[in-house]
Design a protein around this ligand. Structure first.
Ligand code: FAD
Ligand code: DHB
Length: 390
């Protein structure tokens, strides 16, 4: 088989790129090692920047998102038993975010792709990129016990942090940067109304907590936990009790409890691989970088990478110029590092670190105090949270 672009990974970055390419008349095939059902069952992000919602529209997949998503104009920082609202809309001159689950966004993109008859191959085993440093790259994979080969012009590695493409980049050609945080997030989903109409990010001596949502009747809650814990150790009752302890009283009183139907622990990590292009192979989204979830940036960064790569590929095929492809890594990384910085900063001020000195704790308190008393500081937070321009 031959196509123009092989996309490895059917997560948000692979699917968005696939849709944009298809609509521009650029042939592409998506390969994923997981099944479609598995992909559609994954629960992850929930906050979309305006740039991401624009890309969903550009991918002609935004109709349900606009109908069912919840635009949010602000969120709350809770500490010292009180709430401090960050007025995103007012502080950014009219920008907001959209609450819409990554699961739903993925479903919309998969449905659209299927409806348009573009090719996705699920359960593709042993997917391998070949010869991307030469002029004739190809990808092999196994299906039904047979090895298949797809020749192409370019390979897009959209296969997440644990994917295969980054591992095939020559060691000498790549530099990685990493920071591991000494805690994780225990998250649950439950069909109960959210505690507040906006998100609440809480810093409490017992640890961080986040009250988020997927709709007006479905809540997504997270609490900071230690890395040696397992979700099975957390009964629903234990989770609800701990969540309430970490919220200001007026929120704690309003927590509606119910059975959870998803419970998992995510470790927190910052990671960047540089560069993001190796001749005819590109790293996109989580395959190239990971941020701790505190700033809600991971999915949105995947989307901005797709924007830059799509522009480059379009220029290559339509204008016969490689300027955009050549600039991809530098353009993407410039935005990536700012989001890495923001996510690290928000993680640092909102969590309790096991080894915090009294000095570090005082600095954290001063930072929160400054944020809630200085419009300039709040503006910087809001500008980053709604997403820096592409
Ligand atoms: P992925 O979604 O990881 O997709 C990669 C795909 O590649 C998968 O389908 C996988 O099956 C496939 N694959 C992997 N290996 C192979 C292989 N060898 N061969 C073939 N296919 C392969 N981000 C936000 O912006 N906002 C948030 O609010 C937010 N909250 C989060 C909360 C949690 C608890 C977590 C865990 C993450 C959160 N994120 C958030 C991050 C966000 O989910 C990721 O950044 C996003 O999924 C990245 O998309 P991606 O397409 O690059 O990678
Ligand atoms: C969600 C996840 C985040 O990491 C975040 O900062 C806000 C919301 C969520 O899953 O809803």
């Amino acid at each position: 088989m031959r196509t123009q672009v092989v996309i490895i990974g059917s997560g948000p970055s692979g699917l968005l790129l696939g849709q944009l390419l298809t609509h521009a008349g650029i042939d592409n095939v998506i390969l994923d090692r997981a099944s479609k059902d598995h992909i559609l069952a994954r629960v992850r992000a929930g906050v979309l920047e305006e740039g991401t919602t624009r890309l969903m529209d550009q991918a002609r997949s935004g109709t349900r998102m606009h109908a069912e998503g919840l635009p949010h104009d602000g969120f709350s920082l809770a500490f010292d038993g009180r709430d401090h609202r960050i007025d995103l809309f007012g502080l950014t001159g009219g920008k907001r975010v959209m609450i819409y689950g990554q699961t739903e966004l993925t479903r919309d993109l998969i449905d659209r792709r299927q409806g348009e008859g573009a090719l996705s191959i699920y359960r593709a085993a042993n997917v391998l990129p070949h010869d991307f440093e030469g002029g004739a790259p190809y990808v092999t994979y196994e299906g039904n016990g047979v090895t298949h080969r797809i020749d192409c012009d370019f390979i897009a590695g959209c296969d997440g942090f644990h994917g295969v493409t980054r591992r095939f980049v020559p060691e000498k050609a790549v530099r990685t940067f990493e920071k591991i945080y000494p805690f994780g997030w225990l998250g649950i989903l439950a069909d109960v109304p959210p505690v507040s109409h906006e998100l609440v990010y809480a810093n409490h001596p017992r640890g961080f907590a986040l009250c988020s949502m997927r709709s007006l009747s479905r809540s997504r809650y997270y609490i900071q936990c230690s890395l040696d814990q397992r979700p099975e150790e957390w009964s629903d009752q234990r989770f609800w009790d701990e969540l309430r302890r970490r919220l200001p009283a007026h929120h704690a009183e309003r927590v509606v409890t119910g059975p959870s139907f998803e419970k998992s622990i995510a470790p927190l990590r910052s990671f960047v691989a540089e560069p993001m292009r190796f001749h005819r192979l590109f790293l996109v989204g989580d395959a190239a970088h990971i941020v701790p979830p505190t700033g809600a940036k991971g999915l949105n960064l995947a989307a901005s990478d797709v924007h830059y790569l799509f522009e480059g590929l379009l220029e290559h095929y339509q204008d016969r110029s490689d300027g955009g492809i050549d600039a991809y890594s530098v353009r993407a990384l410039s935005r990536v590092w700012k989001a890495v910085r923001f996510s690290w900063w928000m993680t640092t001020i909102m969590h309790r670190f096991p080894d915090t000195s009294d000095f570090d704790q005082k600095i954290r308190e001063a930072e929160l105090d400054y944020l809630t008393h200085s419009r300039a500081a709040a503006m910087a937070l809001a500008e980053n949270y709604v997403g820096l321009p592409f």
